[in-house]
Design a protein around this ligand. Sequence first.
Ligand SMILES: Cc1cc2nc3c(=O)[nH]c(=O)nc-3n(C[C@H](O)[C@H](O)[C@H](O)COP(=O)(O)OP(=O)(O)OC[C@H]3O[C@@H](n4cnc5c(N)ncnc54)[C@H](O)[C@@H]3O)c2cc1C
Length: 311
Amino acid sequence: MKQFAKELRIDFVGGAVAHRLQFGGGRGQSLAKAMGLRGGKTPMIIDATAGLGRDAFLLASLGAQVTLIERSERMHSLLAQGMDRAAREGGELREIIGRMSLLKGDAKDTFSKQALFMQGWEELYPGMIEWVSGSKGGRIDVIDVATRSLHTESGDTHKGDVVNFIPPQKAGVIAQHAGLTNNDGWCPVNQRTFESKVHNDIHVIGDASIAGSMPKSGFAANSQGKVCAAAIVTFLRGVPMPEPSYVNTCYSLVSPDYGISVAAVYRYSEDKGIYKTGGGVSPLIADEKYRLWEARYAEGWYDSITMDVFG
Ligand SMILES: Cc1cc2nc3c(=O)[nH]c(=O)nc-3n(C[C@H](O)[C@H](O)[C@H](O)COP(=O)(O)OP(=O)(O)OC[C@H]3O[C@@H](n4cnc5c(N)ncnc54)[C@H](O)[C@@H]3O)c2cc1C
């Protein structure tokens, strides 16, 4: 196994992949047909479990724009190397690789306020909402935009009139191009000031930053913005910065009259970075009136955060 791991290499230039490129049968191949590459149609495709990248390469060679998503650090890096080698060959290979974009990510097994959401679905929409976790067959293998179909790793296909797909996240391209990201695609920062750990005098807040225990939320980003502003102002004035405190609050409406929430307060220490000091979520056992009040608070929360952000 050790030897296998040592020798594994992804090769788009020679071997089986090159053979398939030359003699594979073009759009007549079953994968191409299944993905809707028929006639003049060329769908945009997301291969959400890229693996060795062979299917993605084939589809890109037939003209499709393919986004590859791979969760394994090692496979992701092998894919990046293989794509880089192929692009350096130039000509047709460079064009094909130009149609492939690689992301690192994982289909999640949990989500925020999960127990509360699932309880609310059961109460309000019994039998209508099914949630399948990533590890239990919920990982999307391929998304075919043309036919609005999701193909899961376990072989199921789901079709929808509207399909909302939230791909695995990472910092925006601008942060990558500025050299602010680490190997996982996020920006390491001093969590007290949000100054980049890579480039002095650049501050990164919000989803792009690695902010200790804080979740990636709009409210958290807003709170970080205030701490960051205080850090910059005190630096410019040459005065010591007060010890920061950070906060996150998120309300969600399961229905217009059924609200749930999560809130937490955070502090900073040299050894732990940003850590949680307190907080909690709505209780699982609560009556209709409680959920109704939380729904009303949610409206107030929304008004206040939008006012705070946009003025
Ligand atoms: C489905 C969903 C539900 C959510 N629900 C909640 C919720 O209830 N409460 C909550 O607090 N958070 C929620 N969030 C999270 C919240 O949306 C994010 O955490 C928040 O928007 C992050 O803010 P940000 O400023 O860091 O990044 P973003 O909001 O992503 O802002 C980045 C901005 O930069 C722009 N940009 C990118 N590249 C460039 C460039 N080169 N030049 C100029 N501009 C550029 C982008 O267009 C974008 O507008 C939710 C997220 C999702 C996906």
